[in-house]
Every structure is written in structure tokens, then in C-alpha cells.
Design a protein around this ligand. Structure first.
Ligand code: FE2
Length: 429
């Protein structure tokens, strides 16, 4: 007897299997007999059934604040940081909680059930920390929210940042963050990487730094991050977010850097929607894309995920909480267009991101958490092409969202009455 059975789905690896759920756990992934005893059945015949989407890089304290108090006129990272500084002077915990919960509703409806959010600690009141700790509690039954103590204005550049970051960790923030390229000098940036990695090693925490988010080909903080991860035995616990300078670096230098990153067990989190929008703003033509070297890192065995980073905030005016949008942009900019590469682009938004965040019990296997998504597509590549409705979202054993199929009703003489853009038909064809 199962509480819920998801029947006839196609898993990301192409297998067809039913999924039986008991409580908040997956109890079967196999062909179950027709009429098997179940509290409820979801018919997913021919539909993609995948583990939840995961976002390892987001800013939930800033989300949905677009236009407050004004928009980012230059479109640059630096004006975005200045604008966030204006906004946070007047922000309240209540407003941040309300916006974050709205975003979590969007995320849940899209099957995005694990999010790592940076939270700005450059505020002696730690309002963002207070707000997002509250949100983490409120959504815990359906979204795993991991928080990063993020000194937005620089660990050394902002006089209170170091003490505030430690206070945030003491209050239960999960991960150590930083922004070495925003410190005043390259030396201060390198020192911030050392101090932050030592803090993480002392406390047994993970590290996720905004690292080399610049077009400067000589930015070198990812090298320091890899070196410190190795020196302190933090392999597998450290991520570098953005790494956009690697786009512009000399290729000989990168050929030396990539093996170091691999040996140090570093993970990389590019944020393609944001990188393509913010980087290259000082260029004439040709204009750099600013996305890090995704395929080259993967060829060295470095785990590379995709992050969303921003939705309607001082840095980015669009965004939908759909990790398929993020992967879609990423595969275009990184030119990951072979069938295997497109499949990998999908895995990056799911399993690889989950690995980077260290989520226990993730994936469609017996004994794991019963969180999964039924997608109106026949396979992962079709999901990327269509970015279609999430027909059902199941979080920890509970159905939390349903959405109808994407099909247009047509009225053209001699043509079908409805049109679906799927190439792999569902059971209705
Ligand atoms: Fe970010």
C-alpha cells in the first residue's frame, strides 16, 4: 500500500518507471502492477518525472524589489550594488519576508524545491538574516532553503562586515560567503578568501564565494580559493560563484588553473542570465559574453551547476523562478548543443546543483526524499526546449502544485482542434 503512486513517467535517464511513495519517502521505483493499492494516483504516462529543480545561487533578501527606489540605469553590477545599498537603508523584515515568501510560491509552483540564498550581512541590524531565518522555517516543509552569510560590501571594505558575518553564522546561517573582487585591492581580496576559508574550516561549514565576478582577465581569486580549499582540507565543500573573469583570462593561465581547481575539489556556479546581462558592459565590439568556461571545467571533472542569482531586483528585471530558463540560457551561451551536452545542462539544474549544495536524500531512488516533478515534456531535452508546465509538484510526499498541460485550442479549418508543441507525445498523442 502506497500513499501516492506516480504512474508511467519517463525518468531523466530514459527509464520508464512508476514511483511509489510512503510518507515522505520514495518506497518503489519500478513497474508496479495496475490497480496497486494507493491513496492517490497521478497519471504521468509519457511525461518526464524528475527530481526537483535546485538553485545553488540566489539572493532572496533582494528578490521582487525591482524599481525600489529606482531602476538600475546603467545595467552594471556596480550600480546594482549601489542601488541595493539605497534600498536596504529603508527595508523592513516584514517586507523582506513577504517578498521572499511570494518568490518561494513561484519556486514551488515550478518544482524548484531547494535554494541556496546569499543574505547580506553588511547591516548591523542583520535584518536580512532575521527575515530569511524566518522564511527558512516557514517553507521547510516544501523548500530546503540554505543561507549564505554574504558580506555584500566587502569583508574588509565594510568596517562591520567581519563581526556581522560571525554573528550571522552564530544565529544559524549555514554557509560562509564573500566577495573578494569587491575589496579595495587584489591583496585584500586574497586575504578575505584566506580568512573566510579558515573560518569555515574552524566551524566545519561550506564556503560559497562570489568570486572574480568581473571582466578583468587578471582577477586571480579563484586560484586563491582553490589553494585555500586544498591547504585547509575543504575539498568538496567549496564553491566559486560566477567566475566570469575566467571568460577573459589568458588560455595558458587557465590550463594551469583548471587542474588546481579539480585537485582542490572546487565546484563552480555560473549564473548565465545575470552574467550575460551584467558582464561586458564596458566593452565595445566584440562584446564579451562573460560566462565562465563551463565545458572546459567539466572536462576536468569540476562539478558545474547553474544558478539563477536574481529575479526582479537591482541587478535583473526579469526572471520566473524557473531553472529551465536558467539552463536554457546557459546551454546557449556555453554552446552546449550536442544531445549529451543538453542532457548535461538539464542535470546541472537538478542533480549537480543538489550535489553542490550537499542535499541529503536527493534523487529518484528508494529511501530518498519523496520530492519530484511531473513535467509536460517527453525527456530532459524537450523540457529545455519547451520550458513547459509542471503538471504536478510533489514535496516530501505531498502534492503541492498542479498545472494543466500546455496546448492551444485552435480554430483553423482543416487543421487540428488543439496544438501541443511536444514532439514526444503524452499518452493522448
Ligand atoms: Fe549573486
Amino acid at each position: 500500500m502506497f500513499d501516492l503512486v506516480v504512474k508511467g513517467g519517463v525518468l531523466p535517464d530514459g527509464r520508464q518507471a512508476d514511483i511509489g511513495i510512503r510518507g515522505d519517502r520514495i518506497a518503489a521505483v519500478e513497474a508496479l502492477p495496475d490497480g496497486v493499492a494507493a491513496g492517490a494516483v497521478i497519471d504521468a504516462a509519457g511525461d518526464l518525472v524528475c527530481p526537483p529543480f535546485v538553485d545553488p545561487h540566489f539572493h532572496m533578501d533582494a528578490t521582487l524589489s525591482y524599481g525600489i527606489p529606482r531602476i538600475n540605469a546603467s545595467g552594471t553590477l556596480l550600480e546594482g550594488i549601489a542601488l541595493w545599498g539605497e534600498l536596504k537603508r529603508d527595508v523592513t523584515v516584514e517586507a523582506m519576508v513577504a517578498r521572499a515568501l511570494t518568490y518561494c510560491d513561484w519556486a514551488a509552483s515550478m518544482g524548484l524545491l531547494a535554494i541556496r540564498s546569499h543574505v547580506d550581512v553588511c547591516d548591523d541590524r542583520l535584518l536580512g538574516v532575521e527575515a530569511l531565518l524566518e522564511v527558512r522555517e516557514k517553507v521547510r516543509d516544501y523548500i530546503d532553503l540554505q543561507l549564505v552569510a554574504f558580506p555584500q560590501d566587502g569583508l574588509f571594505r565594510d568596517p562591520g562586515a567581519q563581526a556581522n558575518l560571525i554573528r550571522a553564522l552564530d544565529r544559524g546561517v549555514d554557509v560562509v560567503g564573500g566577495i573578494p573582487h569587491f575589496e579595495r585591492t587584489m591583496e585584500d581580496g586574497a586575504r578575505s578568501v584566506r580568512v573566510l576559508c579558515e573560518l569555515a574550516a574552524e566551524r566545519g561549514l561550506m564556503v560559497d564565494l562570489h568570486c572574480d565576478e568581473t571582466d578583468d582577465p587578471l582577477s586571480r581569486h579563484v586560484e586563491t580559493l582553490a589553494h585555500e580549499a586544498q591547504r585547509l582540507g575543504l575539498q568538496g565543500r567549496v564553491a566559486g560563484s560566477h567566475l566570469t573573469s575566467m571568460h577573459s583570462m589568458d588560455s595558458y593561465y587557465v590550463s594551469k588553473l583548471l587542474p588546481l581547481m579539480a585537485e582542490a575539489g572546487l565546484a563552480a556556479i555560473p549564473n548565465p542570465l545575470i552574467n550575460i546581462v551584467l558582464q561586458g558592459r564596458h566593452d565595445g565590439f566584440p562584446k564579451r559574453r562573460g560566462l565562465t568556461r563551463v565545458k572546459e571545467m567539466q572536462a576536468h571533472g569540476i562539478p558545474v551547476g547553474w544558478g539563477q542569482d536574481c529575479v526582479r531586483d537591482p541587478w535583473y528585471s526579469l526572471g520566473t523562478a524557473d531553472m529551465l530558463d536558467v539552463a536554457f540560457m546557459g546551454l546557449h551561451v556555453a554552446q552546449m548543443t550536442s544531445p549529451a551536452e543538453m542532457q548535461r545542462a538539464f542535470d546541472m539544474a537538478t542533480a549537480v546543483n543538489a550535489q553542490i549544495m550537499g542535499i541529503a536524500g536527493y534523487g529518484l531512488a528508494v529511501g530518498n526524499t519523496a520530492s519530484l516533478v511531473v513535467v509536460d515534456a517527453g525527456d530532459p531535452v524537450e523540457a529545455l526546449r519547451l520550458r513547459p508546465p509542471r503538471l504536478a509538484v510533489i514535496a516530501k510526499g505531498r502534492v503541492i502544485a498542479r498545472q494543466p498541460r500546455n496546448a492551444a485550442t485552435m480554430s483553423l479549418p482543416g487543421r487540428p482542434a488543439s496544438v501541443s508543441r511536444r514532439c514526444k507525445p503524452d499518452r493522448a498523442g
